[in-house]
Every structure is written in C-alpha cells, then in structure tokens.
Ligand binder design. Sequence first.
Ligand SMILES: Nc1ncnc2c1ncn2[C@@H]1O[C@H](COP(=O)(O)OP(=O)(O)OP(=O)(O)O)[C@@H](O)[C@H]1O
Ligand SMILES: [Mg+2]
Length: 303
Amino acid sequence: MTDLPQSIDATQSMLAGQSYLADRALSTVLFLALKLGRPIFLEGEPGTGKTEIAKALATALGRRLIRLQCYEGLDAASAVYEWNFAAQMLAIRSAEVTGDKTDLQSRLFGPDYLIERPLLDALRPQPGGAPVLLIDEIDRTDEPFEAFLLEALSEYQVTIPELGTVQAATPPIVILTSNRTREVHDALKRRCLYHWVDYPAFDRERDILHARAPEASDTLSREVVAFVQRLRSEDLFKKPGVAETIDWAKCLLALDVIELSPEVIADTLGAILKYQDDIARLQGSEAKKILDEARQSLAPANA
Ligand SMILES: Nc1ncnc2c1ncn2[C@@H]1O[C@H](COP(=O)(O)OP(=O)(O)OP(=O)(O)O)[C@@H](O)[C@H]1O
Ligand SMILES: [Mg+2]
C-alpha cells in the first residue's frame, strides 16, 4: 500500500507513473477527494479517461479496484448482495435427509450463503487498505437506485435484514462516472467533488498518445492528434474520444503508415468514427480539407 499523495503535484505525478496524464484541474479534484475522503463525480464525453482514472489510481495506490458497472434495471441484489438460493435449497434437502434441522434458518441466512456484490465487497477490510470503488456510468441506472446509492455512500454502510448492518471501518475511495445521458440527482452530486472531463488540448492529447502508443513517430502522432482535434469541431453524431485517437494511431502503425493521406484516412475511418452518417460526412473532398486544416494548425510549431 502506498501513502496518499500530499500535494496536487504529487497526485499528478503519481498518475503519470501509471501513464495517466491528468491536467491540473483534475489532479486538484483528485487530491482533495483523497485528502477529504469524499467521493469524486466525473462527468464527460465518452472515451476521455473517466474509467481509466480509477484503474490508474488503484494501481498507483496499491489498492484493490472494485467495479460496479451500472446498467438499466440494476438493482440492490446485483449491486450489494444476494442469497445463494441454489445452495440454500441443497442445504434444506440435505437437512431433510439427515434430519438435522438445528439452527437451519439462521445457518441458511448466514455468511456461508451470502453472495457479496461490489458495494458490500467494497465495505469489507482489504489487505492493501480501503479499495477504490468505481461506480461506472451511473447515468444508466434509474432514480431509485441512485437514492439507494446515496444512502449507502452517506454512511458507508448497508443493512442486510437477516444479518445486520455492515459498515466500512475505512471508507473506500469512491469514483462515480457519468456520460450524462441524463442528469444525475443533485443530492448525489452534492456528496461528491465534481469534475467535468473534457477532451484534452492538443499538447496533452499528444502526450497521452505518446504514453499509450510510444511506437508512433512524433510526426504521425502530431498529425493524428491534429486531425482528431479538428474533427471534433465538425457537427458529428459522436465525436471521437481519446480512446479513438489511440486506437487509430495503433491501426495506422499496424498498416506501416508514416504520415496521413486522404486515402489512408478513408480506409481507416472506422477506428475513429462509429456511425455511418459521420463516416459519410467525411467522404469525397471533406477528409482532405480537414487534413489540410489540421496540417496548417501544426505549421507554426514546425517552423
Ligand atoms: N488522461 C489520460 N491519460 C492517459 N490515457 C488516457 C487519458 N484519457 C484517456 N486515456 C485513454 O483512453 C482510453 C479510454 O478511456 P476510458 O475508457 O477511461 O474513457 P471513458 O471516459 O471511461 O469512456 P466511456 O465514457 O466511453 O466509458 C483509456 O484506455 C486510456 O488509454
Ligand atoms: Mg468509461
């Protein structure tokens, strides 16, 4: 287990050690969240590193990462705990055969038959210290689940009627993410420190690409980042995130591409755009126009 970082700079370099490049604002929120023991609420465009930050943080701090992936219809049984119904039935059967029914009821609803799901798991003591609990894509759940979560996160405890209350001796480090497909309730946001994760500026995105795809030459990286950055200003149904920039660079490397050309772009667009309408927009002379503009934006730095 590593100690918590003692400054914003230390937070930033701790993450950089995991090839995660956070800007000053994000590093500040993280540092404060760790210092004050508050959950972090990260909202932003897809593919901008929201999920990855929890992984980087857990690895850097030597903590376990526990992930609760949210989806429509997620309920407490999948998020907190469930009774192992099949094992309970077997135990009842064997009790009937042996005739030993002493304490059957309390045995059936004891720890042996409890299946712990991520939220309960995150409240348990861990050898490496309190875990990092990633509650990913909270906007996909519904409001009742949000209300339930609010309660669980305010006291860091959950109650199992048959067993009693489980409270974390040391609260987990909680990171919530949302793609903002709907607004998450204010009450939940209020518990957290909030940060909007935006697309990175050119220099940072180039540094991220360098960290994640070091094989890419400087020239190719700059062109790829400039093109993607320019593409984001187009009116697209789904703009490419950092994840797409990295994927695209890796595809280009696999094809031994040294520099971009309209033909190469047309052949590999599927790595950055995932909707046919968006791809169609870049047919014909459009890709060349964007490439020319992207190269122009690079020109002053080249001079
Ligand atoms: N600041 C960053 N530093 C390093 N890598 C980054 C950064 N931002 C994004 N990435 C890269 O982008 C990839 C995608 O990031 P991630 O999956 O965390 O995005 P996300 O915001 O959770 O997207 P989604 O909303 O689609 O789930 C990561 O695997 C990582 O390689
Ligand atoms: Mg994610």
